[in-house]
Design a protein around this ligand. Structure first.
Ligand code: 4UU
Length: 528
């Protein structure tokens, strides 16, 4: 053995689990784990392992990060992302991640809500953390070296880390990701090490049934979202594949990278499948290395899927369905044959999942092929919404069933069909947009007295948020003024993109917004 070889610690946490799966043999150490398609920088599995140990050592010994401390990670995809997550997890600390395009106030809310003690940020996004006062480490070394960087911390102990012995239990918290769930504002989804290890095991099964460790994956899906975190941030490392990553999604650059690195696996989202169908012929790139394209995070239209199969007959198109609250995947196609035979389905219920379909009127369980709300039980279901017992018990019942807020049915063979989203959640390009959050932004405008936000279907992006607004008597406000006001307060993907003025917001006797009425009103309005 070399001096770099450190036995994995006898703990039960995610980092130990992932590291114990790493390719161990001398030659496999040179296997490439990540390539940044923007910079062409790569990291081998051996380097990754040493970086994780070094950073863990620095976090513990130098920065005094302790078990249960929450570390806020604000970064686009990078070759350091997994190192950061696994180092944090290996000292028993907790990662919370966010979209780096979030605004200062969105970030401040999450720092506060998660109770983060330390932040890790790119230089570009640092200014959004400064007002919170949270101690922050930069990802890469700054020009004028008065701040610590992850790069420097890794270099400091590279090759001679002093590994802290922090026992991690499966029931300990590993990650807090944010989701609005079925209603209201964004909440911290508390995932334990057991949750994450269970979903990673399911990922092995997926790759096992349909891939190999020589696969080259492409990662534009952000690692701060559950889909990207479980695939690229953690799970795929256990298999030893290579991930070519992209910091910020760019269609053309993605195709160039697929050709250059002979990518064969592309986990994607419906708008990207649509772009491949519509625009890939205009870009002169050789995509013949592609074997499999995935689609998840939002519904994929059957027509787009059909067109994709016609244009790329040798590429498998596999849908998957999941939620942050279930640590990612809940349904997936294990074979292309299954996927082709069930064009309306988003996949087969994943092993370890139990499902019930509940009649939304009566609350009674329904037989196969009958439409109702999907409820799941699985070792991957979150523990709770952080510090929010009320929302937790409204989402997970006393027997541990998670309400998904998705309306659908399941056939006799376990194939899942999503018919409609009945929860408030809007999905724009696969990203979550919580109507309640936009409504409170709208209500903060001095001339707006009431507001409701609903989804409007959109071919390119899936859905866009539309606002119904009641303005104060005698005042004037234009659609554009409302759009600009909201845009100034929220991340770009959450922008309200259409506004309609209304006399009163329809509400139930209990004061709940009757979103269904507004949705049907918007459909009439938009066609007339
Ligand atoms: C119709 O989007 C996600 C997780 C996606 C994911 C993860 C691992 C997909 C495949 C995979 O292997 O999480 P959230 O929390 O951002 O959003 C969850 C919601 C669901 O409740 C549903 O309404 O996103 C919607 N959704 C889908 N809807 C997710 N996937 C699908 C789908 N069809 N295939």
């Amino acid at each position: 053995g070399t001096k770099h070889e450190i036995p994995t610690k006898p703990d039960l946490g995610t980092a130990n689990f992932v590291l114990s799966q790493f390719p161990q043999a001398h030659l496999a150490e040179a296997r490439i784990a990540f390539i940044d398609s923007g910079t062409n920088r790569s990291v081998s599995y051996g380097e990754l392992r040493r970086s994780i140990y070094s950073l863990a050592s620095a976090l513990f010994n130098r920065l005094k990060v302790r078990k249960g401390d929450v570390v806020f990670v604000l970064s686009p995809n990078s070759t350091l992302y997994s190192t950061i997550c696994l180092a944090v997890l290996s000292v028993g600390a907790v990662v919370t991640t966010a979209n780096p395009i979030n605004t200062e106030s969105e970030i401040a809310k999450q720092v506060h809500d998660s109770g983060a003690k330390l932040a890790i940020s790119t230089l570009e996004d640092l200014h959004k953390l400064v007002p919170t006062g949270i101690p922050t480490i930069l990802t890469s070394r700054p020009f004028d070296g008065n701040m610590l960087s992850i790069e420097e911390l890794i270099e400091d102990c590279y090759g001679s880390p002093q590994l802290p012995q922090v026992p991690v239990a499966q029931s300990d918290t590993a990650a807090i990701l944010y989701s609005s769930g079925t209603t209201g504002r964004s909440k911290g989804v508390l995932l334990t090490h057991a949750n994450i290890i269970s979903i990673m095991r399911l990922l092995f099964w997926q790759v096992d049934v349909s891939g190999s460790q020589d696969d080259v994956f492409f990662a534009f899906i952000p690692m701060f979202h559950i889909y990207g975190m479980i695939f690229f941030g953690l799970g795929l490392l256990c298999i030893g594949i290579t991930t070519v990553l992209m910091q910020k999604y760019d269609f053309q650059a993605m195709l160039v990278a697929i050709q250059k690195y002979k990518v064969n696996n592309l986990p994607a989202v419906p708008p990207v499948i649509l772009a491949l169908v519509k625009h890939s012929s205009k870009v002169k790139c050789d995509l013949s290395s592609l074997k499999r394209v995935g689609s998840g995070a939002a519904p994929l239209s059957k027509e787009v899927a059909q067109e994709f199969r016609r244009m790329f007959p040798s590429v498998e198109l596999r849908q998957g369905y999941g939620l942050t609250e279930s640590s990612g995947g809940a349904a997936f196609f294990a074979s292309d044959k299954d996927a082709k035979a069930h064009p309306d389905s988003c996949g087969k219920l994943i092993p370890t999942f139990c499902a019930k379909v509940i009649d939304i009127e009566t609350g009674k369980p329904l037989p196969p092929r009958k439409e109702g709300e999907l409820w799941f039980k699985s070792p991957t279901i979150m523990k709770e919404y952080l510090g929010n017992m009320e929302e937790t018990s409204a989402t997970i019942d006393s027997e541990g069933w998670l309400r998904t807020g998705d309306l659908g049915y399941i056939d006799e063979n376990g194939f899942v069909y999503i018919v409609e989203r009945i929860k408030e959640l809007i999905k724009h390009n696969g990203y979550q947009v919580a109507p309640a959050e936009l409504e409170s932004v709208l209500l903060s405008h001095p001339l707006i007295v009431d507001a409701a936000v609903i989804p409007v279907e959109d071919e390119e992006t899936g859905q866009i948020p539309m606002a119904y607004v009641v303005i104060a008597a005698g005042s004037e406000l234009s659609e554009d003024q409302v759009i600009q006001f909201v845009a100034g307060e929220v991340a770009p993907y959450k922008k309200v993109r259409r506004v309609s003025f209304i006399d009163t917001i329809p509400k139930s006797a209990a004061g709940k917004i009757l979103r269904k009425d507004l949705v049907s009103q918007s459909r009439h309005q938009l066609v007339s």
